[in-house]
Design a binder for this molecule. Structure first.
Ligand code: GLN
Length: 478
């Protein structure tokens, strides 16, 4: 009840597309009964969680923030959703996102944009995780600044705001180029992108199948770990999950920082990075160094090609994925009956926003017979080079990489929406996207506050399936 009340108090931020009052109450009641019978399902029994609206939830609207799926009620649960339910968690609702997770701001949803709780006019006690930063008063904001609010980041902005406001214990996002880490960073919470293949994508409506992973947002590293332990592991319904059984991670309180070798990739210094972000990056590197870790500059030479390579691969896979929305099988249907092609065309031009439509067009262009080698195959080769950059660093005995997550604090809505979606991706995804290219795990955690009083976060990346090292170091830093 407290959670549902909190969702109501913070509804002006627009974090939720659907609040599942009835099923939440029913599941909470079942959990209470289990607890009173002494049959608890474990640590997460009765704990409220929220789910990004691109994970299928049986009997509950799964819209992807799009008109196309505004009437889609899936007949099944995504694997991660059913694993959370089996652990006794109580789903309180489905969270807002950019249409089909294409974006970095949660500004492109048919349900309207999601607003960041930081800098909003909500009282600070509402900003659950932010209690320790109470000294930064909302009075610092003038009325006009408050009207031009800060974005939540995206595309999992609803999930990040739901966690940051204390509307749930943890939320699932998805991460294709940074969509879990970017909003977690802007909202001052912890966001984990697991290794590709560790967590099932079954029931996650695809953006880019070869890069998508379910992501986890929570207020602490321990909480993120608890959720990871619940959802990770092989799934017969997703052939890309690794077959070996998942070993639950129990975090040690102390790690031996002396044995850690931290790499600082020099290519992540870019001109658009704010001096505040550069400062916390430098300061955190010296904190590691003062604790005995070895901190060295490393090189990932193909970093600057990542954005271009990502857009080609993204648009090609989008063109292929969106072909399923033909007005016949899922979602809305156009009225055009002159021909099947006309029906497809009308359905898609009505159902998708401009961002989705333009990605379908460019993707199909890149996949034309005469362009395929030049764009798609070339991009696959560049992806391999990006992955090999990381391999070379790990082979040089580096355990973790430390970088910023975003180039600045959360931008304001007006400033952010001056740029088109493609330009937004160029700056927003700069530090996050290479991890998706390489498939490696990455975590973002809040480090400090900007002068304006907004969260500034850093990212740690680790080799494939080294979640334990990643989470232990993050716990130490937290
Ligand atoms: N901003 C990127 C895009 O629009 C990444 C999105 C994501 O990770 N889902 O494609």
């Amino acid at each position: 009840e407290a959670t549902l009340k909190q969702i109501d108090r913070t509804k002006s931020l627009n974090a939720f597309i659907t609040v599942t009052h009835d099923t939440a109450r029913e599941h909470a009641k079942q959990s209470d009964e289990r607890l009173s019978r002494g049959e608890s399902k474990g640590e997460l029994d009765g704990i409220p969680v929220a789910i990004k609206d691109n994970f299928c939830t049986q009997g509950i609207l799964t819209s992807c923030g799009s008109h196309m799926l505004s009437n889609f009620i899936p007949p099944y649960d995504a694997t991660v959703v059913s694993r959370l339910r089996d652990a006794g968690t109580v789903m309180v609702g489905k969270c807002n996102l950019d249409e089909f997770a294409m974006g970095s701001g949660t500004v492109d949803s048919i349900y309207g944009p999601t607003q960041n709780v930081w800098g909003s006019d909500l009282p600070y006690e509402v900003a659950g995780s932010t209690a320790k930063h109470k000294s930064v008063s909302k009075k610092a904001y003038s009325k006009s600044q408050q009207e031009d609010w800060h974005i939540a980041g995206g595309s999992s902005g609803g999930s990040a705001v739901a966690v940051a406001t204390g509307a749930c214990f943890a939320a699932l996002g998805s991460d294709t180029g940074g969509s879990t880490r970017n909003p977690a960073a802007y909202c001052g919470v912890v966001g984990l992108k697991p290794s590709y293949g560790l967590v099932s994508r079954h029931g996650l409506i695809p953006l880019v199948n070869s890069l998508d992973v379910p992501g986890i947002i929570a207020r602490s590293v321990e909480d993120v770990t608890l959720i990871l332990n619940t959802i990770a592991g092989p799934d017969v319904n997703d052939s890309t999950t690794v077959k070996r059984p998942y070993e639950a991670i129990s975090l040690k309180d102390t790690i031996n920082t002396r044995a850690l070798r931290i790499g600082i990739p020099k290519e992540y210094h870019c001109s658009a990075m704010s001096t505040e972000v550069q400062d916390i990056w430098k300061r955190t590197a010296s904190i590691f160094e003062e604790s005995g870790a070895t901190v060295t500059e490393v090189s990932l030479p193909h970093t600057s090609s990542s954005i271009a390579c990502y857009s080609v691969l993204n648009q090609c896979e989008v063109a292929s994925n969106m072909a399923r929305y033909d007005g016949l099988r899922f979602g809305i249907r156009g009225n055009e009956t002159r021909s099947t092609e006309q029906l497809f065309a009308e359905t898609r031009s009505k159902g998708f926003n401009e961002v989705v439509r333009s990605r379908i067009l460019s993707g199909n262009y890149f996949l034309l017979k005469q362009n395929y080698e030049k764009y798609f195959v070339k991009a696959l080769k560049v992806r391999r080079l990006i992955k090999e950059d990381f391999d070379a660093v790990w082979n040089n005995n580096i355990d973790l990489l430390l970088t910023p997550t975003t180039l600045s604090q959360a931008p304001r809505f007006q400033e952010f929406t001056q740029h088109d979606n493609q330009t937004q991706c160029v700056t927003q995804d700069y530090c996050t996207q290479p991890a998706n290219m390489a498939g490696i795990p990455a975590i973002t955690l809040p480090i400090s506050l900007s002068q304006e009083g907004l969260p500034l976060s850093l990212q740690l990346m680790a080799p494939m399936f080294k979640e334990r090292t990643l989470l232990e170091a993050a716990l130490w830093l937290q």
